[in-house]
Write a protein that binds this ligand. Structure first.
Ligand SMILES: NC(=O)c1ccc[n+]([C@@H]2O[C@H](COP(=O)([O-])OP(=O)(O)OC[C@H]3O[C@@H](n4cnc5c(N)ncnc54)[C@H](O)[C@@H]3O)[C@@H](O)[C@H]2O)c1
Length: 269
């Protein structure tokens, strides 16, 4: 390991189980010398295994619903207290759509469900950034990262209203990134990750076909959750200090490929 995050402090949202992108990231950040507080929605604490991860990485756990400003205020204040100083990195690894969960087609979206999914998956990113900004909780040149998917740019029909939520999330990274960059040199980016077999990923209809298609379309193959954790570490490190307001594809090349012989072979069978 390279000690890329030695002396750095942060918050990691969204580690539900060992498949979660946030879980893998917490393990890698720990290996690189970073210290952090783990957080998730109170309900996920009961279902998930976050305490196992906390023990492994020497982290404390503070529950917070990322849609609730009081919870976020409490989280940010306590994290700075526990870690003994301002923060250098924050991972937002949160997503949920009630319409997807209930198999409601996009054209028949229920708007209460739509609003709930938008609040959890997109607006929560603004809320996290605002809680950090208002409390002046980030060190200069700190780094905030959220996870997204290419359905924000191109239509993947079964991704449903999550496509709209991801487009909104990416826009927040640009807008908040501008202000936080000007004020405090804090950078904000989104990583557009390959399909990954996690609880959230597997909630998407036809996920198995989806991930195989992406694999055949990507010259480097799909990026795994472990690959993603490595990429997040680079964005938290001092080696990427001038990268901000970007949506960064981490997908083995998928986003720039039109078709591959492997996919054509599949179609010709
Ligand atoms: N899995 C994929 O194929 C894939 C691809 C691209 C992007 N992403 C994104 O990666 C991120 C992480 O998802 P994952 O694939 O690791 O799945 P995951 O199911 O392991 O993680 C999703 C997390 O969101 C948390 N969450 C839900 N509601 C919350 C709330 N109100 N407050 C706080 N936390 C809440 C869940 O408890 C869970 O820990 C999501 O933004 C997802 O959209 C996933």
């Amino acid at each position: 390991m390279y000690n890329l995050l030695k002396g750095k402090r942060g918050i990691i949202f969204g580690a539900l189980d060992e498949n979660s992108i946030a879980w893998k990231t917490a393990e890698r950040v720990h290996e690189e010398g970073g210290q952090f507080v783990l957080t998730n929605a109170p309900i996920a604490m009961r279902m998930g295994k976050i305490n196992e991860l906390a023990e492994k990485t020497g982290a404390q756990v503070i529950p917070a619903d990322a849609t609730n400003m009081d919870d976020l205020q409490n989280l940010v204040t306590k994290a700075v207290e526990i870690l003994g100083g301002k923060l250098d990195f924050v991972l937002h690894s949160i997503g949920m759509s009630v319409n997807v969960r209930k198999n409601i087609p996009y054209t028949e979206s229920n708007y209460d469900f739509y609003a709930k999914g938008w609040d959890v998956s997109a607006l929560s990113f603004h809320k996290v950034c605002q809680a950090l900004h208002k409390n002046d909780a980030m060190n200069e040149w700190g780094s905030i990262v959220a996870l997204t998917y290419i359905a924000a740019q191109r239509t993947f029909p079964d991704y449903n209203d999550m496509a709209d939520n991801k487009a909104y999330l990416e826009s927040i990274a640009r807008s908040f990134g501008y202000f936080y960059g000007k004020d405090k040199h804090v950078r904000i980016n989104t990583i557009s990750q390959s399909p990954t077999p996690t609880t959230a990923g597997q909630g998407v209809k036809g996920f198995d076909g989806f991930i195989t298609y992406a694999e055949l379309m990507s010259p480097l193959g799909n990026a795994t959750a472990d690959d993603c954790a490595n990429y997040v570490v680079t964005l938290f490190s001092d080696l990427t200090r001038k990268v901000t307001m970007q949506n960064l594809y981490h997908d083995g090349g998928f986003s720039n490929v039109g078709v591959t012989p492997e996919v054509i072979a599949h179609m010709s069978k």
